[in-house]
Design a protein around this ligand. Structure first.
Ligand code: RIB
Ligand code: CA
Length: 315
């Protein structure tokens, strides 16, 4: 049984790898991609989404532009992590395809409402587009099949501030809207993604195949690995987004807990911090399923096998 997915994403190096994994996985039908501000500007994330789809000969997948700034905060980009282009050292040609005319939030609403219970949303960037869609059409909450979100740090340090993960820090107000919407959310926080390191050995395994896809992965990942080494003394890079995507068809990669999760929207040092009430002191109904345990090599083997297959196909 295939899963129809709409990706809301800020490519971004690990977002690009998630797009490739979606295209390499027969379990998934990638219906559309919505670009959002985040790792780089909306213009750049849109261009990168188009370019990565063209690299994988998948220009049939429509790309929509979403929001270019957070709901309330000023924009925050992360060129130090993903490079000025958003794809590290990778150089992809200017895309020949153009984004669709409609706003991404309108596309998301139309798709979910026209196919009740059939559309799975995978959100890999700041949640601005998703929050806007909920405000425009609250009924998407009941009609979306599932929502997989890469974001948050529950019992793990932040990667953008001491407490906050990038996606929830960039737009904490959007995260608050989505977290409290009632959508059927599975959250993939840094607690599990930081256990899934794409290492230089993993990259060397892919480079045994010499094609445009592996060259792209190498050029993008080398920049990402340099960031992780310099900023966090990690040998390799954390590929948060493809791991989140993999859970849509291989949930057994992780263990989960149904938890009451919130995001700090106060203006102090905790802005964007995500936390779970593990003892449910306030006796609330859990608002999401949180990945709290992971089998790292199960995911990495899947990722490497799928990238090898895709690389051999696209020459
Ligand atoms: O904190 C990691 C997340 O923020 C990833 O999705 C990365 O691409 C950035 O969007
Ligand atoms: Ca992302």
């Amino acid at each position: 049984m295939t899963t129809h997915i709409i990706l809301d994403t800020d490519p971004g190096i690990d977002d690009a790898l998630a797009i490739l994994l979606a295209l390499a996985s027969p379990e998934i039908v990638l219906d559309g991609v919505i670009a959002v501000h985040g790792n780089v500007s909306l213009e750049q994330t849109t261009r990168n989404a188009l370019s990565v789809l063209e690299l994988a000969k998948a220009s049939r997948v429509p790309v929509f532009k979403g929001c270019d700034v957070p709901l309330v905060k000023e924009s925050l980009l992360s060129p130090e992590t993903h490079g000025a282009s958003g794809l590290g050292y990778a150089q992809l040609p200017e895309p020949a395809t153009k984004p669709q005319v409609r706003h991404g939030s309108d596309y998301l609403i139309e798709q979910i409402m026209s196919r009740p219970g059939e559309v799975t949303l995978v959100a890999l960037g700041p949640l601005t587009n998703v929050a806007l869609a909920i405000r425009k059409e609250p009924r998407i909450v009941q009609n979306v099949r599932e929502v997989f979100i890469m974001g948050g740090a529950i019992q793990h340090p932040g990667n953008t501030t001491a407490l906050a993960e990038f996606n929830t820090f960039v737009d904490p107000h959007a995260a608050h809207v989505v977290f409290h919407s009632g959508m059927p959310i599975t959250l993939t926080p840094l607690d599990v993604t930081y256990q899934c390191i794409f290492t230089p050995d993993d990259l060397n395994r892919l480079l045994k195949i010499d094609t445009p896809v592996t060259k792209f992965i190498a050029d993008a990942a080398r920049f990402y690995m340099k960031f992780h080494d310099e900023y966090q003394s990690i040998e390799g890079c954390v590929i948060n987004d493809p791991m989140t995507l993999a859970l849509t068809f291989m949930p057994e990669i992780c263990d989960y807990q149904n938890l009451v999760v919130d995001v700090d929207i106060s203006t102090g040092a905790g802005l964007g911090n995500t936390f779970a009430d593990f003892y449910n002191y306030e006796k609330k109904k859990p608002n999401m399923k949180v990945a709290t345990g992971v089998r790292p090599r199960m995911f990495m083997e899947l990722f490497l096998e799928r990238m090898e297959k895709l690389a051999r196909k696209i020459t």
